[in-house]
Design a protein around this ligand. Structure first.
Ligand SMILES: Cc1cc2nc3c(=O)[nH]c(=O)nc-3n(C[C@H](O)[C@H](O)[C@H](O)COP(=O)(O)OP(=O)(O)OC[C@H]3O[C@@H](n4cnc5c(N)ncnc54)[C@H](O)[C@@H]3O)c2cc1C
Ligand SMILES: NC(=O)c1ccc[n+]([C@@H]2O[C@H](COP(=O)([O-])OP(=O)(O)OC[C@H]3O[C@@H](n4cnc5c(N)ncnc54)[C@H](OP(=O)(O)O)[C@@H]3O)[C@@H](O)[C@H]2O)c1
Length: 388
């Protein structure tokens, strides 16, 4: 028997592949307050392979305007040689600020340095007040609203050399994105669903490093995007006859598009049930046409939608779960797998609570027994989460 082995790829987290973006399309319709992107990344020829449920790691570059502002505030040209921590060869300040260091998340240490260096008594006083042992909360709030650029701007009396500045910065880390395609449907490609992070703090517009790198600064087919595949335990059941329930509001939809593609490609006989939510039905049903087609073709048994802002009272995916409690319990009793992807801070917690309540109520179980049921689901890998 011939067993085909995947092609070997030399590309890893430490040696990323310089991929190109083939497509960058806004998924939301006109009038939406959101700007979620569908990205198609070319991995043909890289030897990279992935499974549905895996994530793609991406090394971003900082915004050029931000880098130039920092160089100016340092009174530098950008050509000064610097050596960031853990690197063995010097590179220019501009290059280091663009691809090697994080310009966000300033720490107490830089305030201490600025306090020691500043020649301005007012700055010294302000920094001493912030660093006083009793000012812990104020310091946290102060740093939480700022990036390194704010500090260079607010404390011009302290002159940091390019190397001294670089020494304060952490490494620029790669970001992960859930893969939204099956390699069986789109060989040589990786699809992603990316929500650009944009907000304001301390009177400045802020741009999430990697999400806006992908959405705004990568030129199609031109800009090299360093990528690697991050293996995950999140994934479809090995047995295609198992039913699956997928909870994926917002960008949480990404892996489930991949799951259904995979199950179609492998002729899996198990049923697929999706819970999806976002702000408005008219503009924010991500991949809505694809889901409608999957349902029409009988590939997806059921889609329950929760558009939070189409009525006075918010409706979320967990509300739809509660409305469908009887059927959801019947699927779980039948051995269905339960998946959650998306926001970890609020949604995943509320969905977990709803799951416990539904199991207790429908199964006639005490809360402790329902919790045991959920624990067992986790042990059996029937409850999997990919939340961030
Ligand atoms: C396994 C996994 C899968 C993921 N899949 C996806 C995916 O499919 N799609 C997707 O879009 N993302 C996904 N993410 C999230 C992604 O990795 C990034 O965290 C996200 O894109 C933000 O990165 P960034 O570099 O753009 O922003 P950063 O520069 O890292 O900035 C983000 C930070 O900005 C701050 N911030 C953000 N909004 C505000 C605000 N309103 N007010 C104040 N501060 C704020 C917070 O401190 C936040 O941590 C996933 C994460 C993981 C771990
Ligand atoms: N850790 C992270 O960095 C992280 C994680 C997730 C999202 N985000 C950021 O949030 C922005 C949008 O993300 P997204 O497009 O994935 O959508 P999202 O903000 O997660 O919203 C998707 C849907 O979920 C609803 N929702 C809000 N709270 C909920 C809850 N407690 N339970 C269930 N549903 C809830 C939203 O409703 P309402 O908005 O109407 O309340 C909306 O209808 C992006 O900037 C993204 O990067 C960041």
């Amino acid at each position: 028997m011939h067993v085909s082995t995947p092609p070997f790829s030399p590309y890893t987290k430490d040696n990323p592949f310089a991929a190109r973006v083939l497509e960058n399309r806004v998924l939301n319709k006109d009038g939406s307050s959101k700007d979620t992107r569908h990205l198609v990344i070319d991995i043909a020829g890289s030897g990279l392979t992935y499974k549905v449920g895996d994530s793609l790691g991406i090394y971003p570059a900082n915004r050029p305007q931000l880098v130039e502002e920092v160089i100016e505030l340092l009174g530098a040209t950008g050509n000064e040689p610097v050596l960031p921590a853990r690197l063995t060869a010097a590179l220019s300040l501009r290059e280091a600020l663009t691809t090697k260091v994080s310009l966000t998340g300033p720490t107490k240490k830089i305030l201490e340095t600025l306090g020691a260096l500043t020649a301005d008594p007012k700055e010294k006083e302000q920094l001493a007040a912030l660093l006083a042992p009793e000012a812990k909360e104020a310091l946290e709030l102060f740093l939480g609203q700022r990036e390194y650029i704010d500090l260079l701007e607010e404390f011009p009396g302290a002159k940091l050399t390019p190397q001294a500045f670089i020494d304060h910065l952490r490494r620029l880390m790669p970001r992960l994105y859930s893969i939204a395609s099956s390699p069986k449907m789109f060989p040589g490609q990786v699809h992603l669903t990316v929500a650009p992070v944009r907000y304001e703090s301390n009177g400045r517009r802020r741009y999430g490093v990697c999400s806006t790198f992908l959405a705004d600064r990568v030129t199609r087919r031109k800009t090299p995007v360093p990528i690697f595949v991050a293996d995950s335990h999140f994934g479809v059941p090995a047995d295609g006859a198992k039913d699956i329930i997928m909870i994926g509001p917002g960008t949480g939809i990404a892996p489930f598009r991949a799951f259904v593609q995979e199950r179609v490609a492998t002729h899996a006989t198990g049923h697929n049930w999706l819970f999806y939510g976002d702000q408005h039905a008219a503009t924010d049903y991500l991949y809505g046409d694809e889901w409608k087609k999957f349902v029409a073709e009988g590939r997806v048994a059921r889609v329950d939608l929760a558009f939070s802002r189409d009525q006075a009272k918010k409706v979320y995916v967990q509300d739809r779960m509660r409305e469908a409690a009887g059927e959801l319990w019947a699927w779980l009793k039948g051995g269905a797998y339960f998946y959650v992807c998306g926001d970890a801070h609020r949604m995943a917690k509320d969905v977990d609570l709803a799951l416990h309540e539904i199991i207790a109520q429908q199964g006639g179980l005490e809360p402790a027994a329902a919790a045991d049921y959920v624990k067992q689901m986790k042990k059996d890998k029937r409850y999997q989460r990919d939340v961030y």
